[in-house]
Ligand binder design. Structure first.
Ligand code: GLU
Length: 298
């Protein structure tokens, strides 16, 4: 019943989207964290044949696709206070891909994943896929597969507005917070040994520490940090000099080639037909200067 209500709500929002767009294609006001624009709708591909994929066939039979997402990263995967629905660019990518695979929005079940449990959740079948600021790399590819990339972020630093920290080289003797099982934490351990690394299971806990002054910086992808900087405007700033490349992929169970092909096709389709752009603008803002990455069909 709840799902039915939601789908009616999304149809209503879709109608608003249509009426909000003037005759001459006047664009809506630019997205400010996704509040001022109507939610994009993705056409569900009723003809999608996913029977070659073990994972997708089981999800189709069950009528439910379980997707691992973050719930504390504004702009990417976030659940606002008082809501039970996650929102953000990753959530839009999840909906876009699911629609291409023939799943309606009310057939998606969102399960929270933190950085460290993404691989085990995929390995154990707790989730069918992961869309959670998940960097594609060779280490992870040993145990899971990836479709994408669908975006490329870079590691950066979030500091107090009046901080002198201008890059990772300034972290010597400073407390820097990141998350267990993440590539930024790994990078600090390997390359910036003079920094004092503090880790939690989720970035929002680092942000709380930054606010209280018990750490000097938070490090992770710039896309994630920009979301927090916006939330704490005037208090925090993103240094803005990314020092790694973090290509975001859709995490998949290892060895389901048919699923990887289908998700890569879905991402490519979304990039070609404008849905990717809509998803980005709705959640992260203007795509000026943002490149759509090339899908890596390894
Ligand atoms: N993209 C990086 C990673 O996959 C950092 C963000 C995160 O922890 O989700 O580890």
């Amino acid at each position: 019943m709840k799902n039915l209500k939601l789908s009616i709500a999304s149809v209503a929002i879709g109608m608003l989207a249509l009426s909000g767009c003037g005759q001459g294609g006047t664009p809506d006001a630019p997205a400010e964290g996704g509040d001022s624009k109507a939610a994009p709708e993705y056409t569900v591909n009723d003809k999608a044949d996913v029977s070659d994929s073990k994972t997708l066939k089981a999800a189709k039979d069950a009528g439910e696709l379980t997707i691992g997402v973050k719930k504390d990263q504004p702009g990417l995967g976030n659940v606002k206070a008082g809501s039970d629905q996650p929102e953000g660019f990753d959530i839009e990518i999840a909906k876009m891909v699911a629609a291409q695979l023939g799943f309606k929005p009310d057939q998606i079940k969102y399960t929270e994943t933190v950085s460290a449990n993404r691989e085990p959740f995929l390995q154990q079948g707790t989730v069918d896929m992961v869309v959670a600021t998940y960097t594609i790399n060779d280490e992870r590819k040993k145990v899971v597969d990836f479709a994408g990339p669908y975006y490329v972020a870079g590691q950066d630093l979030l500091v107090a507005e009046d901080s002198d920290i201008a890059g990772p080289e300034d972290l010597k003797g400073k407390k820097v917070c990141s998350v267990d099982g993440s590539t930024p934490a790994q990078n600090i351990k390997e390359k910036y040994k003079d920094a004092e690394l503090v880790t939690y299971d989720a970035y929002s806990k680092c942000v709380t520490d930054l606010q209280s002054g018990s750490v000097d910086a938070v490090t992770t992808d710039d896309a994630i940090l920009r979301g927090y900087a916006k939330q704490y405007e005037g208090e925090f700033k993103v240094v803005g000099k990314p020092f790694t490349e973090e290509p975001y992929g859709v995490g998949l169970p290892k060895g389901d080639k048919a699923m990887r092909d289908a998700v890569n096709d879905a991402l490519q389709e979304g990039m070609d037909d404008g849905d990717w752009k809509k998803a980005f603008e709705y959640t992260l803002g203007s795509t000026d200067g943002v490149d759509m990455p090339e899908i890596d069909r390894y």
